[in-house]
Design a protein around this ligand. Structure first.
Ligand code: SF4
Ligand code: SF4
Length: 389
């Protein structure tokens, strides 16, 4: 069923199965979701801030259709995440417009990639204008996977913004480097919220660090919860369509979100959502606990995604003989290939130094990078160089 027909079905007040109508016998049975029969919402508390947020929130990075955001707000989802850089700056504008009439019922977050305090404050002013609001509920320093990515100027910018009432909470986001940055950022005694890559492919290795941070009063928001973001509606270059469809019909996205929420120290997860079906799927992750059958499903899926999914564990840091930032480049490729966000991948790739973007893995006689998790690094980076180079 396409989005339009799905919407009119909901408009008529009828319950609709939230997952594909074609499913295997072993598929977890989904709850029907409709506006007349509201879905189950479960809340987490963002650390000592006390903000109550739905445990499944809304990642707006890949969303283009404002009606999906509006429907999420109607259903009670109350945390919406954007960033200055998403969709070349257009994402905040769309999100601000969609959420204008809901502003007093929802929390809005955004992020800056600025490296100086002045630039960060300029970004904040633009974010506020585009999002049509006088404050952000969380303002993140974006993508800081090394402690050195945060400096005193940026911290001061967050302090000043708080004093001026332009932000409620100061956050920091990071894709990798967890073992260094979680305790390091915690020790700074500055941040209210961490936005952390966290999913079943990463396993439980960082759980003690998450627990420690959460117990210290820091709110924990998870991103990359779907381990690659592969959905039936997104073209994938790396998994054959028939296999992809099977994996999704079996409820893998819901299972992946449940895996994240199974950690009680994670307050909420912000999966990217592009359409009504994905919205319905994600909401289901709050309806029942993670089951043994879903654990089996994710174990099978992990085998499938191994050759291409980088869990950003950091084990290969510094191994490339030509100095390539392997995990970052694999992430940019994932944005293009698995999220359907080519320009996001390209913009990130272009932000790398020329000495990095000019390297071609095809020129290496052998690859010095060994991934203990099975990622075919040289092949995937060759793909990145073809896509963006
Ligand atoms: S390529 Fe492998 S070793 Fe390197 S960060 Fe990714 S998962 Fe870890
Ligand atoms: S093949 Fe690519 S990733 Fe491997 S060592 Fe050479 S440049 Fe680095």
């Amino acid at each position: 069923m396409n989005t339009a027909s799905r919407r009119s079905f909901l408009g008529a007040g009828l319950a609709l199965p939230a997952l594909s109508s074609v499913r295997t016998e072993t598929a977890p049975a989904p709850e029907p979701v409709s506006l007349q029969s509201p879905p189950k919402l479960v809340y987490g508390t963002l650390g000592k801030s006390g903000l109550k947020v739905t445990r499944v929130a809304f990642g707006c990075m890949t969303t283009s259709d404002p009606s999906v955001i509006e429907r999420a707000a109607d259903l009670g989802i109350n945390l919406f995440d954007s960033a200055r850089v998403y969709q070349g700056g257009n994402n905040e504008r769309m999100v601000g417009s969609a959420l204008k009439k809901y502003r007093d019922k929802v929390y809005i977050t955004s992020k800056t990639q600025a490296r100086t305090g002045q630039q960060a404050m300029a970004d904040l002013e633009t974010s506020l204008k585009e999002l049509q609001t006088d404050h952000l509920d969380i303002w993140y320093l974006h993508s800081r996977s090394n402690l050195s990515d945060v400096n005193d100027e940026l911290l001061q910018a967050q302090v000043n913004a708080k004093k001026q009432g332009k932000i409620r909470l100061a956050g920091v986001s990071f894709h990798g480097g967890h073992t260094e940055v979680i305790p390091g950022f915690q020790k700074m005694n500055h941040f209210d919220v961490f936005l952390i890559s966290y999913n079943y492919a990463m396993g439980h290795t960082i759980d003690p660090l998450i627990e420690q941070a959460r117990k210290a009063g820091i709110g924990i928001v998870a991103m990359k919860g779907l381990a690659g973001g592969v959905r039936p509606t997104v073209r994938s270059y790396v998994i054959p369509p028939e296999k992809l469809n099977l994996l999704n019909q079996e409820g893998a996205p819901v299972a992946a979100l449940k895996w994240v929420l199974n950690n009680k120290f994670v307050d909420t997860v912000i999966p990217s959502i592009v359409d009504m079906d994905q919205l319905d799927q994600n909401i289901l992750a709050m309806s029942s606990p993670f089951s043994a059958r879903e654990a089996k499903l994710l174990a099978a899926r992990l085998e499938e995604i191994k050759p291409w999914y980088c869990r950003m564990c950091g084990s290969c840091e510094g191994q490339c003989q030509k100095g390539l930032p392997v995990a970052d480049m694999l992430r940019f490729t994932m944005y293009a290939e698995n999220y359907g966000q080519y320009s996001l991948g390209l913009d990130n790739y272009r932000s790398l130094p020329e000495g990095i973007t000019s390297v071609r893995c095809a020129d290496c006689s052998s690859c010095t990078v060994e991934c203990p998790n099975g990622v075919q690094v040289a092949a995937r980076l060759t793909r990145a160089q073809e896509l963006f180079g």
